[in-house]
Ligand binder design. Structure first.
Ligand code: HH2
Length: 297
């Protein structure tokens, strides 16, 4: 990871024709249009159900709705072929863009063709859990559309990236930072503007719990790369291991703890299942942080 001073983190995330200002915590509400995601698979599989869920999340304070048609579940995911992913994602993005024009739409995919189609239907952001690693055309698609690009750290394939198969590190924060920096450099080289890029350490992706904790604690070092930081802690395995809560849906309180800690360490974007609770807890933590920055009470 580069030791030289990096440019200051942008206060604004530019996503196509709009901006997401990072002057407060921003939430990406998770909308899985999959039959098999680890915590909510199958619930929002039809376009009507997906639209209703997106509407509810926007009302609860989501800034972005993140539509995903392929799960990366920890038990080892079944990759989805391109035609099936398009069939899941495109109608939902189309309906969202028409019916909720104020909502910023993200598409969670590792496939450039799916990103391209979703952006063509009005999506604003590509959230790629491989950071462009698994499809060499991804960054160019983002550049062509002027899309926001979430570059998440992972290793391996869709099938095994959420397992521990590739979880070997010398210094996990340094290694993750260097790999993210390389992906960001590739995106810049493909023409993605710097202010469109967000980095995500990929909690639980090729990371045991101690690795996820270390990268959360290392957010200040990751921020020094010069990009806003997004975290996806929601209901994850490391939260379960820290709290002893086996059921993903039972991990809300632990998730909120991770969010608040990440916020205080410099994260500004959060990918969440439970929007209302995340909004409240992060807004309160943000208000305290702002007050603390003013000086002693
Ligand atoms: N985690 C998952 C999926 N996409 N994207 C980003 N940027 N960061 C993450 O941490 C992240 C992500 C988890 O995968 P999945 O099994 O699809 O479950 P869910 O979407 O319910 O979280």
């Amino acid at each position: 990871m580069t030791a030289a001073p990096a440019p200051a983190t942008a206060a604004v995330w530019a996503v196509r024709g709009r901006t997401v200002t990072l002057d407060r915590p921003r939430l990406l509400g998770i909308l899985n249009v999959t039959p098999d995601s680890f915590s909510d698979g199958g619930e929002f599989f039809s376009p009507d159900a997906a639209l209703a869920r997106a509407e509810a999340m926007a009302a609860e304070g989501a800034d972005v709705v993140d539509v995903g048609g392929e799960s990366t579940r920890p038990q080892g995911a079944e990759p989805v072929d391109e035609a099936e992913e398009l069939r899941r994602v495109v109608p939902v993005v189309r309906a969202l863009a028409r019916r909720l024009p104020d909502v910023t739409i993200s598409v969670d995919t590792v496939k450039a063709a799916v990103a391209d189609a979703a952006l063509g239907e009005g999506a604003h952001v590509v959230n790629d859990v491989s950071g462009g690693r698994l499809d060499a055309r991804m960054a160019a698609v983002c550049a062509r559309h002027g899309a926001g690009f979430v570059i998440m750290h992972s290793r391996g394939t869709v099938r095994d990236m959420a397992t521990y198969r590739h979880a070997g590190y010398d210094d996990v924060v340094n290694d993750v930072g260097a790999e993210l920096e390389a992906r960001a450099a590739a995106a810049l080289a493909a023409g993605v503007a710097r202010n469109r890029i967000v980095l995500d350490p990929g909690l639980g992706f090729a990371k045991r719990s101690e690795h996820s904790l270390a990268v959360l604690a290392g957010i200040p070092r990751l921020r020094a790369l010069g990009y806003p930081i997004l975290v996806g802690a929601s209901r994850k395995r490391f939260v379960g291991e820290l709290t002893g809560e086996p059921a993903p849906a039972g991990r809300l309180a632990g998730t909120l703890g991770a969010h608040v800690a990440a916020l205080m360490l410099g994260a500004r974007l959060f990918r969440v299942h439970d929007v209302r609770a995340a909004r409240q807890s992060l807004d309160v933590a943000w208000a305290v942080r702002a007050r603390a920055a003013e000086g002693p009470a």
